[in-house]
Design a protein around this ligand. Structure first.
Ligand code: DGL
Length: 277
């Protein structure tokens, strides 16, 4: 197939990456996408580096078999931990993660340079955001907080209300109930599951800019496709296609995934795949 017509592969541990897929499709409506949610092995965020690398390599290998032209790692945990190994193993294609774009979004939103980042244990442990932010903005003061329960809440479709807010208070009060001179002015949602919790988080953190990596990842993807001259070059009529693959639970994926994608998904739209492990 002409390279520009090949699909773009996107993966996450579950439905979280659909928040990124939504932004990618909005920015690049003519491109076709194949999305893999590795729901059988979710969460990635609590696992060891070795497991996360292995899972990410297997997810990427499955998408490679779909003849993709580019890979978007729509999972902060896999981006933080496994991006170097993915980029070296699949060096023929552009492999784009979400941490760098998330860091960029945080740096451009923050006035004071005091930036809080929330993500999974796997993302926070490796200090990937601290490194990415300090490369862009040397004076930044980063507070990184692991919020693993948010993944379970979001996967459950429990995105608002007193339970979510109580957990958010538990995780975030120590960073945000401080005098305004030291309080972060920006909160980076460093996990692709978290954008659906934004309303509840807003109740807890108050007047802070909340950003995620979806939009800046779409910009980074477009730039890479242009650079490599593989941006869609077909007849510009209509939208590109979208295939959704999951390693478990098609019905649940469709039900909860609709919230993340912002449009209805039916379980017959989901193809069950086996990573062969
Ligand atoms: N959505 C993933 C992320 O962005 C992680 C969720 C998980 O723990 O699997 O980090």
């Amino acid at each position: 197939l002409n390279s520009s017509l090949r699909p773009i592969g996107v993966f996450d541990s579950g439905v979280g990456g659909l928040t990124v897929l939504k932004a990618l499709r909005e920015r690049l409506p003519h491109e076709s996408f194949v999305y893999l949610g590795d729901t059988a092995r979710l969460p990635y965020g609590t696992k060891s580096r070795e497991s996360i690398e292995r899972y990410a390599l297997q997810a990427a290998a499955l998408l490679m078999r779909q003849d993709i032209k580019c890979l978007v790692v729509a999972c902060n945990t896999a981006s933080a931990v496994a991006l170097p190994i993915l980029q070296s193993k699949f060096s023929a294609l552009p492999v784009i993660g979400v941490v760098e774009p998330g860091a960029e979004a945080g740096c451009s939103a923050s006035r004071s340079g005091r930036i809080a980042v929330i993500g999974t244990e796997g993302t926070i442990r490796g200090k990937a955001y601290e490194s990415a932010i300090s490369r862009i903005r040397h004076d930044a003061v980063v507070t990184a907080i692991a919020c693993p329960l948010f993944v379970a809440l979001a996967e459950e479709g429990l995105i608002d209300g007193p339970i979510v807010e109580a957990i958010a208070h538990r995780y975030l009060d120590s960073a945000f109930s401080t005098p305004s001179a030291t309080r972060p002015d920006t909160l980076v949602l460093g996990c692709t599951h978290f954008p659906v919790l934004a309303h509840a988080l807003r109740q807890v953190v108050g007047d802070v800019v909340i950003v995620d990596s979806a939009h800046t990842t779409a910009v980074a993807l477009e730039l890479q496709l242009q650079r490599r001259e593989i941006l869609y070059q077909g007849a510009l009529a209509g939208r590109g296609t979208m295939r959704l693959l999951a390693t478990d639970g098609c019905e649940r994926f469709a039900r909860v995934g609709s919230i993340f994608l912002g449009s209805a998904i039916s379980s017959s739209d989901i193809e069950l795949v086996d990573l062969g492990v």
